[in-house]
Design a protein around this ligand. Structure first.
Ligand SMILES: [Zn+2]
Length: 442
């Protein structure tokens, strides 16, 4: 049994609790008691503000290699995608593992304790499978284990370049031999220890209705998380309506994708009916605000989704920024800029999106400081310039003042991963990132 005493901890709501005893055994909390004035004997003292571990519900690890390398020219998501493909083309299983290990270690330092990796770079050059056709996915699972964070490998079906366009160039590495090939390959992944397996439909561009139905049924049979990019781009949304007479979400609904295990990633250009449809199905929506702003996607109808009862979560997606607190803050402040009003989301709602609701979207019983749940938590330091003078009794101090740089300690399954800002197993995260990115950008 390990015991901690947190000077301040967020247990839900807009206020924080003082003097909270946390006890864990076999990776789960066995006791969470607020209002304990002094640390019990033998307890580790957590200064600052303790919160549940953050969930990164949408990640493409290798996109990290593009950070700050695409800003010297105008363009859109589509021109950025060409640059991203160049990086994808240079990765082999070993380089992929090294890059993902460094990126997941960066995530750990930032307070993420679980990642949902939307994984579509499956095969070797020209689309030729590796000896083990899941070698690239396994590289990601190994990388997460080395970085000390949980992973939900969202193995992504990606079968065509666009409606009526076959896979071309580097995209051939993303494809399988039809949806049956995807099923056969992914079914070989179910025995992995320490990682959850989920499914993803890349988009209605890349997966036709029949294949989307097969992927949905595969996930449904296993009660596995099912994610899909939906209406990220205006062009994608409008093309779907023009060519199929239906929005991307409508197409996915007809394929049987929607339900409580479904997460729509982005939803930037959802119409009102999409919002109602997703809410009625009990599905969730993953906002990726720092990527959506970086790519010029637009700002999604997140306030409307939340008002309709859709569970929101957050992802750092392209990793233009890796900061769960910035991601949570953006949900509110981007909405302020576009909606011309403040306070749509409470600090409590923002932190729930960053923690428990993201964990649920990834299939993890985590993201709360509560007995029985997984002992994943982070400590946000309150002794820095950004948080000085802020009220430790307010959850807003974490979400409206602190950044990833204020995260001091990270514990996953009761085991310390980051201590006093130092990653215990990876050690030199900066060196690991520099080397791994350098190897793929040339
Ligand atoms: Zn994505």
């Amino acid at each position: 049994v390990t015991t901690w005493w947190a000077r301040h901890a967020w247990l839900g709501g807009n206020a924080t609790a003082a003097g909270v005893v946390l006890e864990a055994e076999a990776g789960r909390f066995t006791r969470v008691d607020p209002g304990v004035a002094a640390p019990p004997a033998g307890a580790r003292v957590l200064e600052g503000l303790t919160l549940p571990g953050f969930a990164n519900a949408h990640s493409h690890a290798f996109h990290r290699a593009l950070r700050a390398r695409t800003h010297d020219r105008p363009g859109s998501f589509w021109s950025w995608r060409d640059l991203m493909y160049e990086v994808a083309d240079r990765l082999d299983p070993d380089g992929y593992r090294r890059l993902a290990r460094a990126v997941y270690a960066e995530m750990a330092l930032a307070g993420y304790t679980a990642v949902g990796e939307f994984h579509y770079l499956h095969h070797g050059p020209g689309g030729v499978p590796y000896d083990d056709p899941n070698q690239m996915g396994l590289a990601l699972v190994e990388a997460a284990a080395e970085a000390g964070i949980r992973i939900t490998l969202l193995d992504t079906c990606y079968l065509r370049g666009d409606v009526d366009t076959p896979l071309a160039g580097v995209q051939r590495r993303f494809g399988d031999a039809g949806v049956d090939g995807w099923v056969e390959r992914v079914s070989g992944l179910t025995e992995i220890d320490g990682a959850a397996i989920g499914a993803a439909i890349h988009s209605v561009r890349a997966v036709d209705a029949k294949a989307a139905a097969v992927v949905s049924a595969w996930a449904g049979d296993r009660a596995a998380p099912l994610h899909a990019h939906v209406s990220e781009q205006r062009r994608e949304h409008e093309t779907s309506v023009k060519r199929c007479g239906r929005t991307p979400l409508q197409l996915l609904d007809r394929a049987g994708a929607l339900g409580p295990a479904f997460t729509a990633v982005h939803g930037t250009h959802f119409d009102e009916k999409d919002v109602e449809r997703l809410a009625a199905a009990g599905g969730g929506c993953c906002a990726c605000p720092t990527t959506e702003r970086d790519l010029g996607d637009g700002i999604g109808p997140f306030a409307a989704l939340a008002a309709a009862g859709v569970r929101l979560c957050l992802g750092s997606d392209s990793h233009a920024v890796v900061d769960p607190l910035e991601e949570a803050r953006a949900l509110e402040v981007d909405g302020r800029a576009s909606g011309e009003r403040r306070g749509v989301f409470t600090p409590d709602a923002l932190l729930r999106a960053a923690t428990v609701d993201g964990m649920a979207a990834l299939g993890w019983d985590s993201g709360r400081l509560a007995p029985g749940t997984r002992a994943d938590f982070v400590v946000v330091g309150l002794d820095g310039a950004r948080t000085a003078g802020c009220d430790p009794g307010q959850a807003a101090t974490a979400v409206f003042a602190a950044t990833a740089a204020d995260v001091t300690d990270v514990v996953v399954g009761g085991r310390p991963v980051v201590e006093a800002g130092h990653h215990r197993t990876v050690g030199d995260v900066v060196g690991a990132l520099s080397a791994a990115v350098g190897a793929v950008v040339g």
